[in-house]
Design a protein. Structure first.
Length: 315
């Protein structure tokens, strides 16, 4: 056992020696010799997006609203220590790159489809991520307060802001907003210089939720209840979401919850629901402070009304 431990120790020493040697002779392994550069750290965290132009993607979803919503991109000075001078960085929204990206995706889909036909296999799905076509944000759907941000002397970050006005966007459309470093006042621009925001919109009432409630039948002996039932609330438009009715999603009982300006809620059957009689039956409200729906609704069954009382709280 002792001989084996000695061999392991010597092997570790050898590895450490090799690493130490590399760090002295190869700048790639010695952070002290790495040049100062400017980057968008979110691009690094977003990960490769299969974009041939070296960009990086980041999916975002903003609530549907007429009020501008800030999209903040942090600009980072990557250096062994902060600089003693200010650095002004210029960023741009380069919608021309979307056309280039779309052309690449279309060409790839055409090539893959022809190859599939030639090989007598299934044609690829045009909705696959690597073939997706994006639309630039409409000009009236965003504004840029300033194209320049300054990283002060002694600091390493500054924030760039684009304000997005989401009620100008259409639900279900794949929008893209490319934000890129255009100039770094003489400093090196890092590889992580572009982030392609794929912008979606959603209702502020969308999300995962927990529901607790009960259903009362004309025959009280078959009443039942549920606690902390997982529900997914999905966007119909800015003030309407689709949700499972009671605990009957498996039977295709779905409802629309319509949030009114005074935070009262109207319950109706969702289009295509198995039972079209789902409706408000008493007080229904939404509490924005706790993001909670307090509902009283019903549907008509063969022997009369089924009355539901339910609390749905967004996570």
């Amino acid at each position: 056992m002792k001989r084996r431990s000695t061999k392991l120790y010597l092997a570790l020493v050898a590895v450490m020696s090799i690493l130490a040697s590399c760090s002295k002779t190869d700048d790639n392994y010695n952070y002290k010799n790495m040049p100062t550069s400017i980057e968008l750290p979110i691009a690094a965290h977003a990960g490769p997006a299969m974009f041939d132009n070296g960009g990086f993607k980041f999916n975002i979803a903003k609530s549907i609203s007429s009020a501008p919503q800030p999209l903040v991109t942090t600009v980072l000075l990557s250096a062994t220590k902060p600089l003693s001078k200010d650095v002004t960085v210029t960023l741009s929204v380069d919608n021309g790159s979307i056309s280039a990206l779309n052309a690449t995706h279309k060409a790839l889909y055409t090539a893959d489809s022809l190859a599939a036909v030639k090989a007598d296999t299934d044609v690829p799905d045009a909705t696959d991520f690597k073939y997706e076509i994006y639309q630039p944000l409409p000009a009236d759907a965003y504004s840029v307060p300033s194209t320049k941000v300054t990283i002060p002397a002694g600091q390493t970050t500054a924030d760039h802001i684009v304000n997005i006005i989401t009620d100008k966007l259409t639900l279900g459309v794949k929008y893209m907003l490319p934000v890129a470093i255009a100039d770094a006042q003489g400093e090196k621009i890092n590889y992580y210089s572009t982030v392609y925001y794929i912008v979606g919109i959603k209702s502020e009432y969308e999300g995962e939720a927990k529901a607790s409630g009960s259903i009362a039948f004309p025959d009280p002996s078959i009443n039942r209840s549920w606690t902390d039932r997982a529900k997914t609330l999905t966007t119909v438009n800015g003030n309407i979401i689709r949700a499972e009715a009671a605990d009957l999603g498996g039977s295709n009982y779905y409802m629309w919850l319509i949030v009114n300006p005074d935070n009262s809620v109207t319950v109706i059957s969702a289009p295509g629901a198995a039972n079209p009689s789902i409706q408000t039956n008493g007080s229904c409200t939404f509490d924005p402070a706790t993001r909670t729906f307090n509902l009283n609704y019903k549907y008509v069954g063969g022997t009369g009304d089924r009355r539901i009382t339910e609390v749905i709280k967004l996570n």
